[in-house]
Design a protein around this ligand. Structure first.
Ligand SMILES: Cc1cc2nc3c(=O)[nH]c(=O)nc-3n(C[C@H](O)[C@H](O)[C@H](O)COP(=O)(O)O)c2cc1C
Length: 564
């Protein structure tokens, strides 16, 4: 067979004979995989063989679970019926199972070619998969790629170490059909393969828009006058004291009502179109085992937000808050038709253990994108915005930023995040300490923020500054969100006037930042979830503050005697 014949006859196979795969066949194929290119010559691809029927049975269960999920995602009933009729695996029948993986721990050291995206490690494993496929075809065998699996459970089932990521499950054997020499999906009329590939020559290049540096911009635009503030606040205090209640008896609600009235410069403030924006992004530092979850969970959770299944969805629905999910830099390509605001700066930051998390241009872009997101929400008529975040590894990023911003030892800033305890917590602390010690850049605060920053954290900081400029109420969630606030506060301390700190997190660093800012959080519920959940849960309390100010009777209106 010529190479071209091999390439053309290679098929994704789901129908196998019962013939065993001889050892020399699979060895030759895996050697072909080993000949494939790998980024920076990382050789991070790993192969695991599965022959046990029991293990195959368990893998088949994982497939069936996701097959059902996929079937529910089909566009209409006709498509669902067609989908269900397809055979999309041969896990139990194929004599040999192959799991092709990549070891992302190679990213612990500098790796040529991964600066654009650490997915280059995954792409290398895919190149190997193709070589294996072609070699099997040449030898009269074939392979079928099964990707319809929950990868996290799949990994758990196989007992793979945290740093080993599977591409999928591959069924290997002798093909029982060649599907009339065409893809099976074409043979069954699911889809016709285009005859020719898409090819286009790009003739002109477009200029890359690098925003003017936003850094160092003074945001302390003079307000109308401070005297207006103090007059409004005096009048508000009087209104609050005249309500039919003992002075001060509504406690924090009174403080809140006064703050909200002062922000909006009115005795009758109204919250309109409340909104929570959840900023999601990935962090290079997550490659160093600082979280209890793998990085992929960031994109899984974004999908969960979009499907309405996360805690923040539930609480927003409960309290009539509009929810926006922002892709600030998740290491994943989301489909274009999902209800996600794309503000992607990159596919995750670089690991600040070795290099700067982001470039100065990316740092500036974060602020710009954060501002744009908030402005588009403001334009819907919203005057109260809550900030939430999602990003595996972001408690590490936030802890380092806190340590730098408040000049505290890292030990005082690191917490368990998603649930890192005991030796893993010590390990997390040590890695972060090492990262800070490795830093030999400029002493300039903004250089340090770019070096150790996270796309979602800096976008939130930019968004909060914009919310202040728009005179919106700013609801601040937990630890990570408060670190973002701290960055905004360092750039414009007046942002504090508009901020409501919704809860005090179980993450140890949080209370310390609240103390530094000299603010009290509304709730103490031991939350440590993020996603803006604290904002959503605290929202009814904020509404109560506004409502009593607007609707409660005064001593005069109710004819009730005030204290003599
Ligand atoms: C990344 C990847 C994942 C795939 N996952 C599955 C799968 O879960 N089940 C399946 O039946 N086919 C799967 N396929 C096979 C494709 O559907 C198949 O390659 C395509 O229909 C073209 O057919 P051919 O490979 O025979 O040319 C996968 C292919 C790729 C490249």
């Amino acid at each position: 067979m010529t190479l071209d014949e091999i390439i053309q006859s290679r098929r994704d196979t789901r129908h196998f004979t019962t013939d065993e795969v001889p050892d020399e066949v699979i060895q030759k194929a895996l050697q072909a995989g080993h000949h494939a290119p790998s980024v920076g010559l990382t050789e991070a691809t790993r192969y695991y063989l599965i022959k046990s029927p029991e293990i195959k049975k368990e893998i088949k269960k994982l497939f069936s679970d996701y097959d059902q999920k996929a079937s529910n995602l089909t566009d209409d009933e006709l498509q669902k019926a067609q989908y269900k009729a397809l055979k999309l695996e041969a896990i139990e029948e194929a004599p040999l199972g192959l799991v092709i993986c990549y070891d992302r721990s190679v990213l612990n050291n500098f790796t040529i070619g991964t600066v654009g995206s650490n997915e280059a490690i995954k792409f290398s494993a895919v190149s190997a998969a193709q070589n294996i496929w072609l070699s099997l075809t040449e030898q009269g065998y074939s392979m079928g790629w099964v990707s319809i699996l929950n990868y996290y459970q799949f990994k758990e089932l196989l007992g793979l170490p945290e740093n080993i990521e599977p591409l999928g499950y591959f069924c290997v054997g002798k093909p029982a059909t060649n599907y009339d020499n065409q893809p099976m999906l074409q043979q069954l009329n699911w889809k016709q393969k285009a005859e020719k590939p898409f090819i286009e020559e790009i003739l002109v290049s477009a200029p890359i828009s690098v925003p003017e540096s936003l850094r160092g911009v003074t945001r302390n635009e003079a307000k109308e006058s401070d005297t207006n503030d103090s007059k409004a606040s005096e009048a508000l205090q009087q209104k609050i004291d005249n309500k039919t209640k003992p002075t001060g008896s509504l406690g924090v609600l009174e403080t809140l009502a006064k703050q909200i009235g002062t922000v909006f410069q009115t005795l009758e403030p109204k919250i309109t179109k409340p909104h929570i924006a959840v900023f999601a992004a990935d962090h290079g530092i997550a490659n160093h085992s600082v979280s209890a979850y793998p990085q992929d969970v960031t994109r899984q959770m974004v999908t969960n937000f979009l499907e309405g299944g996360a805690a923040i969805n539930v609480f927003c629905k409960q309290n009539d808050i509009t929810l926006t999910i922002v892709d600030a830099g998740v290491n994943y390509d989301f489909p274009a038709n999902v209800n996600l605001v794309s503000a992607k700066i990159g596919k995750g930051t670089q690991s600040f253990l070795h290099t700067s998390a982001m470039s100065p241009a990316e740092f500036d872009l974060c602020f710009l994108k954060g501002q744009e997101v908030v402005n588009s929400i403001f334009e819907t008529g919203c005057n109260c915005i809550g900030f939430g975040e999602m990003g595996i590894g972001n408690t590490s990023t936030a802890s380092v930023l806190m340590s730098i911003l408040l000049d505290l030892p890292i030990e005082d800033c690191v917490g368990q995040g998603t649930g890192v305890v005991d030796e893993k917590l010590i390990q997390k602390q040590n890695i972060l300490k090492r990262a800070i010690e490795n830093y030999n850049g400029s002493n300039d605060l903004q250089c340090k923020l770019a070096y150790f920053g996270g796309f979602e954290i800096l976008q939130m900081a930019g968004g909060m500054l914009q919310a202040k400029d728009n005179n919106m109420l700013i609801l601040v969630d937990g630890f990570i969100c408060t670190v973002a606030f701290l960055i905004a506060y360092k750039m414009n301390p007046e942002v504090k006037e508009n901020a409501i700190f919704c809860h005090s997190s179980a993450e140890q660093g949080h209370q310390k930042i609240l103390d530094y800012l000299d603010v009290c959080a509304l709730l103490q519920l031991d939350l440590r979830l993020g996603e803006g959940t604290g904002c959503a849960v605290a929202f009814p309390i904020i509404q109560s503050a506004v409502l009593f100010l607007n609707e409660m009777a005064s001593f005069e209106s109710a004819g009730v005697n005030n204290r003599s």
